[in-house]
Write a protein that binds this ligand. Structure first.
Ligand code: ADP
Ligand code: F6P
Length: 319
């Protein structure tokens, strides 16, 4: 193998640049030419890619986002579109592709590998929703952003005797809501797994306010589950708190990656190049029990998230 390509896909995640840098530097050192594909599968299908030299990835380690750009291309589920992508790669004698993205991007990589093109996945998503790996690149930075924002909300909230209902990202998955609830000491968590009993939450908020002398309360909700403003209004009407809501939005996805994400991305970038050179395909890089390992993409996607159950247990025991 002489030439490989790398792309970032789905929602961008802080640390993707660190992964691009690691892939480029390690591969160059091993004698491979590296192509950076612009804008994920969209740029791949359109043949937008350029050679990445070591100096092209200088000074990107500390930058959020991705220098290659990200995109979503729903048509990539179609076989003929996937064939176009492979054609673009073969045209340049590229024999391996590293896809940095979330579960959707992994499915794209899996499909390409099923068509005979060598593909390796690196988990790059703030959602931490690839069960086969304990952590994904970007998760720690997004979590940090949430904790930072909630700390600020808590200051103003306790001054005004308020209950804040905060919507966090995660594409309907639990990790960001769950981990931030533990890290911020929220009174309630609302995710797909917890279910949602609005009457009960309002009653509990009233109880906390009247009997526990709480000056403020925090409710963290995963996106796409509830209307945070409607809940905040009900809290204002039916409890002693005044309710306020906030959707943290894309602020969570920005900013310089924290060291955990930079290090994870560097380790995973290195490992991904090794997997390609070992002639593996349809594999992804995972972190399991503090070890970086390679696993088939499908196995990683279908794995069970055991840590999540422990985290829910912790949240409910401590709240
Ligand atoms: P993420 O990778 O962060 O989960 P998406 O779910 O939006 O983000 O997926 C990113 C892209 O991966 C999609 O826009 C599409 O191009 C590709 N993709 C998603 N699902 C599939 C699939 N089943 N088959 C082929 N490609 C897919
Ligand atoms: O997958 C990352 C993510 O930030 C999700 O948490 C969120 O649901 C989605 O992307 C938002 O996508 P967009 O940036 O296209 O609005």
């Amino acid at each position: 193998m002489k030439k490989i390509a790398v792309l970032t896909s789905g929602g961008d995640a802080p640390g993707m640049n660190a992964a691009i840098r690691a892939v480029t530097r390690i591969a160059n050192k091993k004698g491979l030419e590296v192509y950076g594909v612009m804008d994920g599968y969209q740029g791949l299908v359109e043949g937008r890619m350029k050679v990445l030299e070591n100096q092209d990835v200088s000074e990107i380690l500390s930058r959020g986002g991705t220098i290659l750009g990200c995109a979503r291309l729903p048509e990539f589920k179609q076989k003929e579109v996937q064939f176009k992508a492979i054609e673009q790669l073969y045209k340049r004698d590229i024999e391996g592709l590293i896809v940095i993205g979330g579960d959707g991007s992994y499915r794209g990589a899996y499909e390409l590998s099923q068509l005979g093109f060598r593909c390796i996945g690196i988990p790059g998503t703030i959602d931490n929703d690839i069960n086969g790996t304990d952590e994904t690149i970007g998760f720690h930075t997004a979590l940090n952003n949430i904790v930072d924002a909630v700390n600020k909300l808590r200051d103003t909230s306790s001054s005004h005797h308020r209950c804040f209902v905060i919507e966090v990202m995660g594409n309907n998955k639990d990790s960001l809501a769950l981990y931030s609830s533990i890290a911020c000491g929220s009174e309630f968590i609302i995710t797909k797994n917890t279910g949602y009993d609005e009457d009960y939450i309002v009653k509990m908020m009233d109880y906390y306010e009247r009997t526990q002398n709480k000056r403020h309360a925090i409710i963290i909700a995963s996106e796409k589950i509830i209307d945070v403003e409607a809940l905040a209004q009900r809290i204002s009407k039916e409890t002693g708190f005044s309710g306020r809501s906030i959707v943290l939005g894309h602020i969570q996805r920005g900013g310089s990656p924290v060291p955990e994400d930079r290090i994870l991305a560097s380790q995973m970038g290195q490992y991904a190049v090794d997997l390609l050179l070992d002639n593996l395909s349809g594999y992804c890089v995972c972190k399991r029990d503090n070890h970086i390992i390679g696993r088939p993409i499908i196995e990683a996607l279908n794995d069970v998230n055991e840590i999540q159950d422990q985290m829910y247990q912790l949240f409910y025991e401590i709240v």
